[in-house]
Ligand binder design. Structure first.
Ligand code: UTP
Length: 297
């Protein structure tokens, strides 16, 4: 029997302070990479992995995000009347089936672990995925789909991982590797935001997870971890002790940290360069820029 994962949680209740003043009125997840909001990349990735139920953990000021998933009949009619079939197709791809999306509020930003815990009643007693929309991953096979495939072998809890330079470890959750089997590693420990000296490896957790409902029980205790926040990493690490069923997955693809300005800009350029309708003009512009900066040196 295949191990199925049909539900995904999208925690989007953070304040997005690194993008102020934009995030004063625009949720970070609605900001666009080329012409699609971050959240659309996350939904597309989830769908490719077979997800059918989408749970958004939101907060005050995120109504633009909820509206984004409403159908837009007037816009559709107008595009239809003008024969703009390509745009109509683009628009229709963003439509969600009625009842597929649920929103739940995190009333206080107590951390990622707490945000996921807020969705516990909607998740129920099934394995579930977690996707952080500000981690955008360019990959031939979408990252969560790669994970669902690997999860058929492992079951348990799986976190997406990537190698990071030693001096960047303190920005991530870092795994302690028990056995390295290539793309899958079994994990014997996890530390959230360790100092460079304390980091047990250079394998960092990024924003894709497949989790057992037991992690929600662990979050119940509401223990504060790094930065005084209720950390998802700590609740997963508890499963190493209790069930020894935590795995890291080295995905194939490039991850962009779109929660940071530099990462967002890099993703914008990279995604635009992969688009045939935009690449030639952008390439010319980047070349001109680089000539101009060399000439100025
Ligand atoms: P970040 O650490 O990027 O925080 O959260 P943030 O608030 O979004 O952004 P900055 O640091 O202020 O610029 C990682 C993910 O966890 C969610 C965020 O929405 C983001 O998707 N999150 C974080 C919550 O949903 N609730 C929280 O209490 C904390």
């Amino acid at each position: 029997m295949p191990r199925s994962v049909k539900t995904a949680v999208f925690p989007v209740a953070g304040l997005g302070t690194r993008f102020l003043p934009a995030t004063k009125s625009v949720p970070k997840e609605i900001m666009t990479l080329v012409d699609k909001p971050l959240v659309q990349y996350a939904i597309d990735e989830a769908r490719a992995a077979g997800i059918e139920e989408f749970i958004f953990v939101t907060s005050r000021g995120k109504s633009a995000l909820e509206d984004y998933f409403d159908q837009a009949p007037q816009l559709e009619q107008s595009l239809e009347a003008k024969g703009k079939t390509e745009l109509l197709d683009v628009l229709r791809k963003t439509n969600m089936e009625s009842g597929a999306i649920a929103y739940i509020r995190q009333t206080q930003a107590l951390g990622l672990g707490h945000a996921v815990w807020c969705a516990r009643r909607l998740i129920g007693d099934r394995p579930f995925a977690v996707i952080l929309p500000d981690d955008v991953i360019a990959a031939d096979t979408p990252c969560l789909q790669q994970m669902v495939e690997a999860y058929q072998e492992t079951g348990g809890n799986m976190v997406a991982t990537m190698e990071v330079p030693a001096d960047k470890a303190s920005a991530y959750g870092i795994v302690d590797i028990a056995e390295d089997m290539g793309s899958i590693v079994s994990v014997k420990g996890m530390v959230e935001k360790p100092s460079q000296e304390e980091a047990p490896s250079n394998l960092a957790v990024i924003g894709r997870y497949i989790l057992t409902p037991k992690v929600l029980t662990n979050l119940e205790e509401g223990k504060r971890g790094a930065g005084g926040e209720i950390q998802l990493t700590d609740a997963i690490a508890q499963e190493i002790t209790d069930s020894d069923n935590v795995y890291g997955f080295r995905f194939a693809g490039q991850r962009f940290d779109c929660g940071s300005k530099a990462g967002f800009l890099q993703a914008t350029v990279s995604f635009a360069l992969s688009r045939p309708d935009l690449a030639p003009e952008l390439q010319d512009f980047l070349q001109e820029l680089s000539f101009a900066s060399k000439a100025a040196e």
